[in-house]
Design a protein around this ligand. Structure first.
Ligand code: NAD
Length: 290
């Protein structure tokens, strides 16, 4: 049976290390600051934003929260982003997604100063990641996935990695990071043929398709590493529960290691948000990159 990768414990360790690094950074006379912009009343987003703010403060950094009503205009949001871009105390700016449909998210995310873009969604940072520029601020969930993989297998060189999903937030940046680890990378998506056969050739499978329990046991080569990014809320046994994109019990019988949902990738995402905030603060202060 597969080794269960404990993302919760690994993330807690990472945050403890980070806290020490933040303290050391304090010798420059500054505390790293993270500004979070939350629009509207989406309950899941409110939960994420609360968790982010709490963990930011726990890591010894400053948290600035900006809550705006659902009806806020594009102009108002653009002005807020510009204010945060110009605010010396703010090292990281995070605009919580999803945004209401009347907001042009692409335009807004592109207005964030790339040096403060701790979500790594700005085209400049996507380009830096793609070209292997170490200054890149890269998306947090993919960074967390790589960390979890390396906790099991520090050298991924030559491994065939199959990424399920091609979003700008998870699939694409993850594929770039896996290339950086010298993997042979295949990106599969909703139009890919014979996904099951493709996965059977994989040493590493990362599922980020948003499809509950799509990856079955017989898709997995014996000993393969399986990272489950999916968070799906489904009705089961008269209530609701969270499941990933991987049929956990089946895949456990074949994989070498697997992440659970919850308690796998999720906690790593916030840990890397804090890590990116410190990296942004260091780069803005002219100190060496992490
Ligand atoms: P998305 O909807 O933007 O993208 C999903 C991708 O999966 C698309 O590229 C699509 O082509 C592909 N896809 C859809 N159906 C497929 C199928 N049947 N076979 C193969 N590929 C298919 O989603 P996203 O933002 O990339 O997120 C993916 C999942 O990860 C969601 O469940 C989301 O909730 C979760 N997520 C988790 C975290 C975390 O912190 N753990 C962070 C971000 C997203």
């Amino acid at each position: 049976s597969a080794r269960i990768i404990d993302g919760k414990a690994i993330a807690a360790g990472l945050r403890a290390e980070l806290k020490e690094k933040v303290e050391a950074f304090g010798k420059t006379g500054r505390t790293p600051g993270l500004a979070v912009v939350l629009v509207g009343n989406d309950p899941a987003s409110a939960v994420y934003v609360r968790a982010k703010a709490r963990q930011t403060v726990d890591a010894g950094m400053q948290s600035f929260e900006h809550r705006l009503p659902e009806v806020v205009s594009q102009d108002q949001l653009m002005r807020l982003v510009e204010t945060l871009n110009d605010d010396f105390a703010v090292d990281g700016i995070l605009v919580q997604l999803p945004l209401p449909p009347h907001i042009d998210a692409t335009a807004l995310l592109s207005a964030v100063d790339p040096a403060k873009d701790v979500d790594g969604f700005h085209p400049i940072n996507a380009g830096r990641l793609a070209t292997g520029d170490t200054r890149a601020l890269s998306p947090c969930t993919p960074l967390g996935c790589i960390h979890l993989l390396k906790s099991v297998e520090p050298d991924l060189t030559g491994a065939h990695a199959v990424v399920l999903g091609r979003s700008n937030i998870v699939g694409k940046p993850l594929a770039q990071l896996l290339l950086g680890e010298n993997c042979t990378v295949t990106i599969a998506h909703s139009r890919t043929r014979d996904i099951a056969d493709l996965c059977r050739t994989a040493d590493v499978v990362v599922a980020a398709a948003g499809q509950p329990e799509m990856v079955r046991g017989d898709w997995i080569k014996r000993g393969a590493l399986v990272i489950d990014v999916g968070i799906n809320r489904i009705a089961r046994d008269g209530g609701y529960r969270l499941v990933g994109d991987v049929a956990f019990d089946e895949v456990c019988d074949r994989a070498g290691a697997i992440t659970p949902v919850p308690g796998g990738v999720g906690p790593m995402t916030i840990a890397y948000l804090l890590q990116n905030t410190l990296k942004a603060a260091r780069q803005r202060s002219g100190a060496a990159a992490i």
